[in-house]
Each structure stands twice: as structure tokens, then as C-alpha cells.
Ligand binder design. Structure first.
Ligand SMILES: C[S@@+](CC[C@H](N)C(=O)[O-])C[C@H]1O[C@@H](n2cnc3c(N)ncnc32)[C@H](O)[C@@H]1O
Length: 224
């Protein structure tokens, strides 16, 4: 699996942005941020070879849906093979920017969670703004619904790119190469008062010390 990762990085360094997949510790930290006790609709941006996807699929109820947005065709094909027998999982070899259309095409009104591993920091500012707006709007207006992102920097929070979300919490995962911030942005405040903008460290912030348009599914029959 890592050989595929390295190969895709060498072909598309800016898009893949990492030479190895997320560590087991990071995968666990991200999945712990979701409540899998009910049927869920989850979108994953940039699943790569599927380390987070496998963990999410392990927890999902049978009625849940998991839409994967992977721009790289080889990763997308690899994911389609991996999940060909799982009717909950739909692999889309398209840009995450097509989230709204992909949900609408499947009569899915909202997502419960959007999980992202794409390198937001190198996206063009306009594209970044639009993707974050679409992500917010795709989330259910419910207390649990959230956008969860793992990144080397915490710029989405610290530079105010996600100020339209109601609140945020970040933690730093040292057990990954490189270490990453994991930040959860909730769509609704749900009575909490955690500001999204986390220039402060502490309870809410974290410091380093502590192309096909709306998507034909690549995997087999039964997947929409
Ligand atoms: C740093 S890798 C993360 C891979 C995997 N999630 C992990 O944690 O190991 C980033 C992934 O995002 C994909 N990607 C980058 N930009 C994307 C976009 N706009 N839409 C969908 N996928 C994208 C890349 O092809 C790559 O697979």
C-alpha cells in the first residue's frame, strides 16, 4: 500500500502532498471524533489508499453511506477494488468541490460528517473558500454534524477560513509523520461557546507541544 502512495506522490507531489499514509494513531484520533451509533452519511475528501476509509467502514451501520472523493485515478481504482463488495461505499474519481452535486445526485440531503485529508493549505484561495462554503452547507443542521480535518498546519482555523462554522476543537497528533493537527468544526453551536478562531491555545486550540462532474461511482453494481 505504501508503494502505491510513494508512486502517486512522485507523479503528483502537490496533490498527494505526503509520501506515506496516515499512521494508525492519526486514523484512530480522526474516527474517534465521529458518533457511529446511528446510520450516517459521511463524505471523505482525499482518501488516498483508504486508511481512514477502512476504519470508518469498520464502524458504520449497514444503512450508512460513505462517499469517497479522490482526484487521483490510481488511488480511486484501488479504492473501488477494495470496497467493491461494500454497498455503503461509493468511490468517486472527482474533485471534492463536487460534493453538493454528488449528494443531490444520490438524493442525500445532508452529510453527518465530512472528513478531509486534502492539502487545503496549497489550494487557490477562491477554491478553498468555495469548498469550505459547500462543505458547511452540505452538513446537516444538527448538533453532531461536523467537518473533521487533519493537516500539518492548523491554518483553516487560525487564519479564520472556517469562521462560518459555529465552533471548533483542535488537537495535535505527534504520532504521525509529519505530526498533524486534527480539527473538528461543528456546524451548529449546540449551546457551547468554543470560538472557531483558535489563535489561543488551551482547551479549544492546540499547540505543537501538546474528472467527472457529479460522479459516476467507480465501484460495482448496486453503488450509485
Ligand atoms: C495527503 S494525501 C491523504 C491520503 C489519506 N487520506 C491518508 O491520510 O493517508 C491527500 C489525498 O487527497 C487527494 N486530493 C487532493 N486534492 C483533492 C481534491 N481537490 N479532491 C479530491 N481529492 C483530492 C490526493 O490525490 C491524495 O490522495
Amino acid at each position: 500500500m505504501s508503494a502505491l502512495f510513494l508512486k502517486r506522490f512522485l507523479q503528483r507531489p502537490l496533490q498527494v502532498a505526503s509520501i506515506i499514509p496516515s499512521s494508525r494513531a492519526l486514523v484512530r484520533k480522526v474516527s474517534e471524533k465521529m458518533d457511529f451509533s446511528k446510520p450516517r452519511v459521511i463524505a471523505e475528501f482525499g482518501p488516498g489508499e483508504g486508511c481512514h476509509t477502512r476504519e470508518i467502514a469498520r464502524h458504520l451501520t449497514p444503512e450508512s453511506r460513505l462517499l469517497l472523493f479522490e482526484l487521483d485515478p490510481e488511488f480511486a481504482q484501488h479504492l473501488a477494488n477494495q470496497f467493491r463488495h461494500d454497498p455503503r461505499v461509493t468511490v468517486l474519481n472527482i474533485d471534492a468541490a463536487h460534493l453538493t452535486e454528488a449528494l443531490a445526485a444520490r438524493d442525500l440531503p445532508h452529510c453527518d460528517y465530512v472528513v478531509s485529508g486534502i492539502p487545503f493549505s496549497i489550494l487557490d484561495p477562491e477554491k478553498k473558500r468555495e469548498l469550505l462554503r459547500r462543505t458547511y452547507e452540505a452538513l446537516a443542521p444538527a448538533p453532531h454534524a461536523a467537518f473533521i480535518i487533519y493537516q500539518v498546519t492548523n491554518e483553516l482555523r487560525e487564519r479564520g477560513h472556517c469562521d462560518h462554522f459555529a465552533r471548533a476543537e483542535s488537537e495535535y497528533c505527534l504520532q504521525n509523520l509529519p505530526p498533524m493537527f486534527v480539527t473538528k468544526f461543528w456546524r451548529t453551536a449546540n449551546g457551547h461557546q468554543s470560538p472557531v478562531n483558535g489563535r489561543r491555545n488551551g482547551a479549544n486550540g492546540a499547540s505543537r507541544n501538546g474528472h467527472r462532474s457529479n460522479g459516476h461511482a467507480l465501484n460495482g453494481a448496486g453503488h450509485r
